[in-house]
Design a binder for this molecule. Structure first.
Ligand code: HPA
Ligand code: ZN
Length: 335
């Protein structure tokens, strides 16, 4: 498709992808066999059938179950490498990747096991493809703020491998301000901070993430539309929203892609970006998300260029890194 090769050619940043959500059924099966772990699925086809969700929680239950097959440093390397290879093929030049340490430490896996696996794969991908990669450690908001604090302290020896921290998992009933303390410590340590907000939760959670956690980007944020004053504020402050359209359809945040708020918010000057969230579970990596939205919302070539530019501007690359990608994008835009 014409759009697809054009979008692939645009230098892009991916800013919202959970590495545990990139675990493809085939690799899940291979790791289960390698580690002698029983899966409650008989086949890869069975897993794909189970990937039918009614809301965020129904997905999270299966997502946390899938992560149980990850045991060794090699497992974390293989999962990370598979994602980086795929992102590179989609024309991603910079990726800022979420991981959920508590999903692994809760099962007795050492911090060093996943951090070393991630870092080796990132080193190899950087050398091989010139990809630029950052890691964002997320706290699971269905666990307690004390658990998040303990995780923050546990991450100390690996601090220089972290770009930032984030907040994910079950949103309803778990407002952002509960996590003010670990977020304050992370900011004081010089890390970037982002938070999931307004995926299923109300617009007040978006405001809370900005005001109480000082989040620099909002992950999802699609429900800001319920509060026009908040939309104006997001546009005025140019606070990026890392949207994940295919995720929103799979988790029934919108019934149909044609209902999605992305284009309406783009037209109101909000800095929206397109990302994949949990591509293995939601049926598409970042390029597929761009292609689906371009078709459903009739995006123009200029819209697509704006979305790629937003992704670079909204990234935590330094100014020189952004300038390189923006110059390349400007050349394509002028062609
Ligand atoms: N929302 C909240 N938590 C998550 C998600 C999401 O879309 N994906 C992985 N963890
Ligand atoms: Zn997410």
């Amino acid at each position: 498709m014409e759009n697809e090769s054009f979008i692939r050619s645009l230098p892009k940043a991916e800013l919202h992808v959970h590495i545990e959500g990139t675990l493809e059924p085939e690799l899940m099966f291979a790791l289960a066999a390698r580690n002698d772990i029983a899966l409650p699925f008989a086949s890869v086809e069975d897993i794909r059938v189970a990937f039918r969700f009614s809301n965020l929680q129904s997905f999270l239950d299966i997502y946390y179950q899938g992560a149980q097959v990850l045991i060794t440093e090699q497992d974390f390397y293989d999962m990370m490498m598979a994602y980086l290879e795929r992102a590179n093929a989609d024309g991603v030049r910079r990726t800022e990747i979420f991981f959920d340490p508590q999903t692994h430490t809760e099962r007795g896996i050492d911090f060093a096991t996943f951090m070393n696996g991630f870092s080796s794969a990132i080193d190899d991908a950087t050398t091989r493809w010139g990809l630029s990669v950052g890691l964002i450690m997320c706290f699971l908001r269905h666990l307690s703020p004390d658990d998040a604090l303990a995780t923050w302290h546990q991450s100390e020896p690996f601090r220089d491998q972290l770009l930032g921290i984030g907040l994910d998992s079950s949103e309803i009933g778990n407002p952002p301000e509960l996590f003010s303390e670990p977020f304050r410590l992370a900011r004081e340590a010089g890390l970037h901070v982002v938070a999931h907000a307004g995926e299923e939760g109300p617009p007040s959670f978006i405001a809370g993430a900005i005001d109480e956690l000082h989040a620099e980007r909002i992950d999802h944020g699609v429900r800001c539309e319920d509060d026009p004053a908040l939309v104006e504020r997001l546009a005025a402050l140019q606070i990026p929203l890392t949207m994940c359209p295919l995720s929103n359809i799979k988790l029934k945040v919108f019934e149909d892609l044609s209902d999605h708020s992305l284009k309406r918010l783009l037209d109101q000057g909000v800095m929206v970006t397109i990302n994949s969230d949990d591509p293995s579970y939601f049926g598409g990596y970042v390029l597929a998300n761009y292609v689906a939205v371009a078709q459903a919302l009739d995006l123009t070539r200029d819209d697509l260029i704006t979305l790629a530019r937003n992704s670079i501007e909204a990234s935590f690359l330094d100014d020189a890194g952004k300038a390189t990608l923006l110059a390349e994008l400007a050349t394509i835009a002028a062609a």
